[in-house]
Design a protein around this ligand. Structure first.
Ligand code: NAP
Length: 246
C-alpha cells in the first residue's frame, strides 16, 4: 500500500485525487486550507486545515507514513509550497509540484504584466475607471484607496478593507464567455485585473476582455521552490508510478 498526500485546493488536485483513489493499493489523502465555506471535496481521505508550518507537516508525514507528496496547490499559494518543500526535504519524502501552465496571451490581447497586487493597484488610475477585479478575496486591501469602481468577484465574502466604491459578486465558476461579456457590458467595465492563475475554468474573462478591447492587468506568479514539476494530472500519475512506490 502506498500513501500519497495531495496538497489541494485546485481542480487539478481533485482530478489527481480521483485518479489515485481508483488505483489499487493506494491511499490518497487530500488536504485543504479550510478557507472556503463549502469546498468541493476530493475523492479519498480529506484533511482540512493547516499543519502548523513545516515542522507540523514533517510530523504529519512521519505519523501518517506518507510515501510521496504532490503539491497541487494554487500557483499563488506561496507559503504552503515553501512549507512542503522544506518539510519534504528534511523528511526525505519525494515531492512533486503539479502546476497548471500560465494563461497564454494571444493576438489582440492588451495585457500589462505586474509583479504584485500593489503594483496592479497603482496601474489602475492610468488604465481605467471601472475595474473587474478577479484576484480572489485575499489581498484586496491593496485596492482600498484606489479611486475607481470595482466589481469584485470571488468565491467567499472577503474581509475589509475593500475598495470604497465596489459591488461584490460571489461566484465560483467555471465561467462562460457570454456571461463574462454580459457582466462587462452591464457594469460598463473598462479594465480587468487578474492573477496569472492559468487553467480553463477562468479563461473566459480574458477572451471577453479581448473581445471588448479591454486592457488586462496580469499579476505574475510568485517564484517557486526548486524541484520536479509537471503541468498535467497525467504527467503527475506517470511520475508517481516512477517515484511513488507504486
Ligand atoms: P498560502 O498562503 O500558501 O498558505 C497559508 C497557510 O495555509 C499555509 O502555510 C498552510 O498552513 C495553510 N494551507 C494552505 N494550503 C493548504 C492546503 N492545501 N492544505 C493544508 N493547509 C494549507 O495559501 P493561500 O494562498 O491562502 O491558499 C489557501 C488554499 O486555497 C490553498 O489550498 C490553495 O490551493 C487554494 N487557492 C488559493 C488561491 C490563491 O489565489 N492564493 C486561489 C485558489 C485556490 P500551515 O502553515 O499551518 O500548514
Amino acid at each position: 500500500m502506498r500513501s500519497v498526500l495531495v496538497l489541494g485546493g485546485t481542480a487539478e488536485a481533485r482530478e489527481l485525487a480521483a485518479a489515485l483513489d481508483r488505483e489499487p493499493a493506494t491511499r490518497v489523502v487530500s488536504t485543504l486550507a479550510g478557507r472556503v465555506a463549502r469546498p468541493r471535496l476530493p475523492a479519498g481521505e480529506v484533511r482540512i486545515g493547516g499543519f502548523g508550518g513545516p515542522d507540523g507537516l514533517r510530523t504529519y508525514l512521519r505519523d501518517e507514513q506518507i510515501g510521496t507528496v504532490v503539491d497541487a496547490t494554487h500557483p499563488f499559494a506561496e507559503r504552503m509550497s515553501a512549507s512542503a518543500h522544506s518539510a519534504c526535504e528534511r523528511a526525505g519524502v519525494p515531492l512533486l509540484r503539479l502546476e497548471r501552465p500560465p494563461f497564454a496571451q494571444t493576438a489582440g490581447d492588451d495585457w500589462r504584466r505586474v509583479a504584485s497586487l500593489d503594483e496592479a493597484a497603482r496601474l489602475i488610475a492610468p488604465t481605467g475607471r471601472r475595474v473587474f477585479l478577479t484576484t480572489g478575496r485575499q489581498g484586496l486591501a491593496a485596492f482600498a484607496d484606489v479611486d475607481a469602481f470595482f466589481l469584485v468577484r470571488c468565491v467567499d465574502p472577503p474581509q475589509p478593507p475593500l475598495p470604497r466604491d465596489h459591488e461584490l459578486l460571489l461566484s465560483r465558476g467555471p465561467f462562460a464567455l457570454d456571461d463574462e461579456l454580459e457582466l462587462i457590458d452591464r457594469h460598463r467595465l473598462d479594465v480587468l485585473v487578474t492573477k496569472d492563475s492559468g487553467g480553463e475554468h477562468t479563461r473566459a474573462k480574458l477572451d471577453a476582455a479581448r473581445t471588448r478591447r479591454m486592457p488586462v492587468i496580469v499579476v505574475a506568479r510568485p517564484p517557486r521552490p526548486s524541484g520536479p514539476a509537471v503541468a498535467t494530472v497525467g504527467e503527475a500519475l506517470a511520475w508517481l508510478r516512477r517515484h511513488g512506490g507504486g
